[in-house]
Ligand binder design. Structure first.
Ligand SMILES: NC(=O)C1=CN([C@@H]2O[C@H](COP(=O)(O)OP(=O)(O)OC[C@H]3O[C@@H](n4cnc5c(N)ncnc54)[C@H](O)[C@@H]3O)[C@@H](O)[C@H]2O)C=CC1
Ligand SMILES: O=C([O-])CC(=O)C(=O)O
Length: 265
């Protein structure tokens, strides 16, 4: 049985736990103190709540971050320094160049591994292959319902309660997008990391009152040719900001622990 540590106890963490592949169990959850009692009551008391990964007495086969960019900042170095594999969903944390450098150093020194989950988008394999030949431009457009943008800085840019038509409220680099919208634009950072980088990847964010989907459009051009992807993702019922596919990408990395020996690499 492979044992993982999860960081976060929100919408994505619950979806992942509900779909955990056979042969993988959650041993520890790093969560805010107010969640600890609920965690202790799960799985016949087999699940250990932690306030920091350093408290773990065991050896997780994988640490799965599904919490926040802040959590990556708070715990990432420590996990990698211990030589553990850390799969990130809050990839926008890497828009902070200093943090990204520290995480790479920690992975190098501790012999840990930093894994970027594909999250809510598809095509990251093709994008990183295309990079090998040189990329001319990469653009990413995110279109979501008003509910999906609530609680984000979009609220200061548009009136989400009274929006009548699709409206662009942000245009800029992936670095700006991921740092200004930490709970909404991790995809921008993922695309940047797989492609042309945080500053050259252009991002547009749109609020659309006529959609219930989280739509991600990617255009890539380079020596290989061009591709366009449009992915209409179903948001999680428990968090309209978060696409179901993002949670499924976390489930998939867990499956790799048992299906292709990831843990023994
Ligand atoms: N890469 C991608 O494609 C995507 C990334 N995301 C990101 O995934 C993360 C999780 O999403 P959801 O579960 O939907 O969010 P959520 O808000 O439902 O849950 C987040 C959970 O993490 C906990 N948390 C946050 N910071 C923490 C910290 N420093 N220490 C301990 N616990 C902490 C919260 O208490 C909460 O339980 C978010 O950062 C979100 O932006 C979401 C969708 C797509
Ligand atoms: O799940 C999504 O549609 C995208 C998202 O929240 C993010 O990029 O942070």
């Amino acid at each position: 049985m492979k044992k993982i540590m999860m960081i976060g106890f929100g919408a994505m963490a619950h979806e992942v736990m509900a779909r955990l592949p056979q042969g993988v169990s959650v041993g520890w959850i790093v969560a805010r103190p107010h969640h600890h009692q609920a965690i202790s009551q799960l799985c016949d008391g087999q699940l250990i709540p932690l306030t920091h990964p350093d408290e773990c007495q065991g050896q997780p086969d994988l640490v799965l971050e599904c919490a926040s960019q802040k959590a990556v900042n708070e715990y990432g170095e420590s996990v990698l320094n211990r030589g553990w594999k850390l799969a990130l969903i809050s990839t926008g944390a890497l828009a902070d160049a200093g943090l990204f450098y520290r995480l790479r150093q920690a992975a190098l020194q501790g012999k840990g591994e930093l894994i970027i989950l594909s999250g809510a988008v598809a095509g990251m394999d093709g994008l990183s292959a295309a990079r090998e030949g040189g990329l001319d431009n990469v653009t990413y457009i995110s279109r979501k319902s008003p509910a999906s943008w609530r609680g984000s800085p979009a609220e200061q840019r548009v009136d989400l309660d009274n929006i009548a038509q699709a409206t662009t409220f942000f245009e800029g680099s992936a670095r700006e997008a991921a740092s200004s919208f930490p709970a909404n634009a991790n995809v921008a950072a993922t695309i940047a990391l797989m492609g042309i980088g945080m500053d050259k990847t252009r991002v547009q964010m749109i609020v659309d009152p006529d959609t219930q989907k989280n739509t991600h459009k990617i255009h890539v051009a380079g020596r290989f040719g061009e591709f366009d992807i449009e992915l209409n993702g179903q948001p999680l019922a428990t968090n309209p900001k978060t696409s179901t596919l993002a949670a499924l990408s976390a489930v998939q990395i867990c499956r790799r622990l048992v299906s292709d020996g990831l843990a023994d690499e």
